[in-house]
Design a protein around this ligand. Structure first.
Ligand code: WAQ
Ligand code: MG
Length: 264
């Protein structure tokens, strides 16, 4: 029998069930006890003094089911304000990733205003037609939550050694790991993301062709909205297959060569 792995998911929700925070890991069974504690802490700190609940799910994953993918090369583009960052991100989506200007602009608009049609943020990502910008999620107030993905432990050690605990922030490591899984979905041509944290201003555009391109500022300071937009090629789009892959297919990201991330 192969090695045993565990998919861990955390979700914090307020008393009305509104999403506050989530996180996902895929770790060897023997690391799972230690991995749960930080997830629990994150859930509690997202709720703060508010009443609510933290849900923790642990699911065993046989090693044979795991697909290994290479990490994305990453680099940082310095911009001076959100307007400039959004403009450059739109250009990159349009010029390099086959997204129409209309679709790129519509993703930016949704993310600035809160992508949840009933107000605020979403738990998962939007799926947007790369031509028309039309929203294609089954439930647009929830979106699609990518799960069952992590940097494998040896690559994580390589990553930590390379940066020696200095820059970049944890948010980069997590977003870049998630983006490597998303980039392997054939019907997704690119993604755009920035945080819903009002104080975390960087964001990125990612795809198989351009890798992970960070922008130092993609949102206005103080804006509580953020999100992820996955641009899909409608001609090859099979929603249930794509959602099953993003939500459930186990993927480990391998960083064979740390020079891939030397320019973040
Ligand atoms: N799957 C799909 N969508 C997700 C997931 C996921 N696992 N996690 C978060 N989202 C969506 C959800 O709508 C959130 O509101 C939104 O993304 C933002 O999530 O420095 O921290 O966790 O290179 O706030 C990007 C820049 C940071 C990192 C992104 O996102 C860098 C970030 P957050
Ligand atoms: Mg988050």
């Amino acid at each position: 029998m192969g090695k045993r792995w565990v998919s861990l998911r955390m979700r914090a929700a307020d008393r009305e069930g509104r999403h506050r925070s989530g996180a996902e890991r895929l770790v060897p069974l023997e690391h799972s006890r230690a991995a749960v504690l930080p997830l629990l802490e994150r859930g509690w700190s997202a709720l703060g003094a508010e009443p609510g609940r933290v849900f923790l799910t642990a699911e065993p994953i046989p090693e044979e089911q795991i697909r290994w993918v290479e990490a994305l090369p990453a680099r940082t583009v310095c911009v001076s304000c959100a307007q400039e960052g959004q403009q450059r991100a739109i250009e990159m989506l349009v010029d390099r990733c086959g997204v129409s200007p209309q679709a790129a602009r519509s993703a930016v608009e949704w993310m600035r205003a809160g992508p949840n049609p009933s107000g605020g943020n979403m738990r998962g990502a939007m799926l947007l037609d790369r031509e028309t910008g039309e929203r294609l999620e089954e439930d647009p107030s929830r979106g699609v939550r990518v799960s069952c993905v992590d940097l494998d432990p040896a690559s994580r050690a390589r990553f930590d050694l390379w940066f020696q605990g200095g820059f970049p922030p944890t948010r980069f490591r997590e977003a870049w790991t998630l983006a490597a899984k998303v980039a392997t979905a054939e019907t997704i041509v690119a993604e755009l993301c920035w945080s819903d944290d009002p104080h975390y201003l960087p964001g990125y555009v990612a795809s198989r062709t351009i890798g992970y391109v960070r922008f130092t500022v993609l949102k206005e300071a103080g804006n509580p909205f953020g999100g992820r937009a996955y641009f899909v090629d409608r001609s090859r789009f099979d929603r249930s297959a794509l959602v099953a892959f993003l939500e459930r297919a186990p993927v480990l990201v391998r960083l064979s060569d740390p020079s891939l991330i030397a320019e973040v």
